[in-house]
Design a protein around this ligand. Structure first.
Ligand code: ZN
Length: 100
């Protein structure tokens, strides 16, 4: 399945529930899942990381559906490489501070 098909699938499964809950609460669920992914990464739990990754993406796709965003279309932003420098791989100077 491609991204468009996954967004359609997640929409079929959850859109009714997620849209009636509303964007704020649904977005909070996404953030909650990101936190669970962070914990799994910290613990180095490979299977859990994979599960939480899928949950994060599913929630993000659902947030997109509520906001009327086509995920595949939105990702066009990256289709020609880094949106800032236009290179693949990106040649931008690192600006954000990363955890070591
Ligand atoms: Zn770049």
């Amino acid at each position: 399945m491609d991204l468009k098909q996954y967004q359609a699938l997640i929409k079929q499964i959850y859109f009714k529930k997620d849209s009636s809950r509303g964007i704020s609460k649904t977005f909070n669920w996404l953030v909650e899942e990101i936190g669970e992914l962070a914990r799994a990464i910290r613990k180095g739990e490979r299977e859990k990381i994979k599960e939480e990754f899928a949950d994060c993406l599913a929630w993000l796709l659902s947030v997109g559906s509520i906001l009327g965003i086509d995920a595949e279309q939105a990702m066009d932003k990256y289709s020609r490489g880094c949106p800032k420098c236009g290179k693949t791989p990106c040649k931008c100077k690192e600006e954000r501070i990363r955890e070591s």
